[in-house]
Design a protein around this ligand. Structure first.
Ligand SMILES: [Zn+2]
Length: 334
């Protein structure tokens, strides 16, 4: 899941319902998660390629070309060609008219929308430009719009010349096999493929915006506090190392970890003792100090002015037996 989606979810939980722009956050999150689920469902159909040694599959690769970034839902690379996929999961049927215009159909009406085939074509052009910029060997680049909703169908009017560049997810493998058979010779050597693959992975820049800035929020717009892991309400009350939910009475010793992760994601990648106390809504400098020490975060500075930094591995994914050892050490004063 892209950092943008993760941040949107965290932001949504911390913007109060009284804020008039909460809806914007929720709408953006819902749209992005829908897109993500659409792409995710395609992994099943791409599995034979993912398992194959001859194909390389890249999900949501995002690259800088000129002044702008472009992102490809799925990029498939082999010795003969590259293929850019634009994936959409919409519960409505698709209709493409003779002028290459795209519509979604509902209740007998049709709504004109951005043409996903044109989007896929544009991404393939940008990819070609990017490969040229990086002096890569020339390779034919194909593009496809893939409808990943199993119940929605595609109708294409006679005269529309984009029909070869669209398919349903279950027909994707057939399409790829057709392209594969079209080329008798390999265009890229093993070294060429290796070079492109390495470049794609090193130049990939995940979509990771400053989400507060994006919505024009400030840290003051956020609800501080530790969120209950059971009922999601804010804030939990801290007492002698235990967080208690004021709403459902759930107790937790580790609920602050998620809150600190939220702080790093939304506000900034560093935190001081006083910032932590404000965000977790605790008064005691000593308790805040114990919490920060128990997480074993990298830090700089002396005791009073110490600044703690976001670790490279998210705290929740770290080895908690290590953290537990730290907590025991702290309690025993060693
Ligand atoms: Zn609760």
């Amino acid at each position: 899941m892209s950092p943008r989606i993760v941040k949107l979810k965290v932001l949504d939980a911390r913007i109060p319902t009284t804020n008039s722009r909460k809806m914007e956050v929720l709408t953006e999150y819902n749209n992005r998660i829908k897109g993500y689920k659409g792409e995710k469902s395609l992994e099943f159909y791409l599995d034979p390629l993912i398992q194959s040694k001859d194909y390389h599959v890249f999900h949501e690769i995002r690259l800088l070309s000129g002044k702008y970034y472009f992102q490809i839902d799925f990029l498939i690379l082999c010795h003969k060609f590259a293929l850019a996929l634009e994936v959409k999961k919409r519960s409505r049927d698709w209709y493409f008219d003779e002028f290459n215009q795209a519509y979604l159909l509902f209740d007998g009406a049709k709504e004109k929308i951005q043409n996903p085939v044109a989007q896929a074509k544009l991404q393939s052009k940008k990819l070609k430009q990017w490969l040229d910029e990086h002096q890569c060997e020339e390779v034919p680049i194909h593009y496809l719009f893939v409808n990943s909703h199993e119940k929605s169908k595609i109708t294409c009017e006679d005269g529309n010349d984009q029909f070869k560049n669209m398919c349903n997810s279950e027909a994707l493998i057939d399409k790829i096999e057709l392209i594969e058979k079209f080329y008798k010779e390999e265009k890229l050597t093993r070294q060429d493929v290796r070079k492109i693959k390495r470049l794609l992975l090193t130049k990939h820049t995940p979509d990771d915006p400053d989400i507060l800035k994006y919505f024009n929020f400030t840290p003051k717009d956020l609800l501080p506090g530790v969120q209950c892991p059971k009922c999601d309400s804010l804030p939990m009350k801290y007492h002698y190392g235990v967080w208690t939910c004021l709403h459902c009475k759930e107790k937790s010793k580790t609920a602050h970890i998620k809150a600190i992760e939220d702080y790093f994601l939304l506000i900034k990648p560093s935190i001081t003792n006083s910032e932590l106390r404000h965000f977790l809504q605790i008064d005691s400098i000593k308790s805040a100090n114990n919490i920060l020490k128990s997480l074993n975060l990298p830090y700089i500075g002396n005791r009073k002015g110490r600044v703690y930094y976001r670790p490279t591995t998210p705290i929740c994914k770290r080895d908690h037996s290590e953290i537990a050892k730290w907590q025991i050490k702290l309690r025993s004063g060693k």
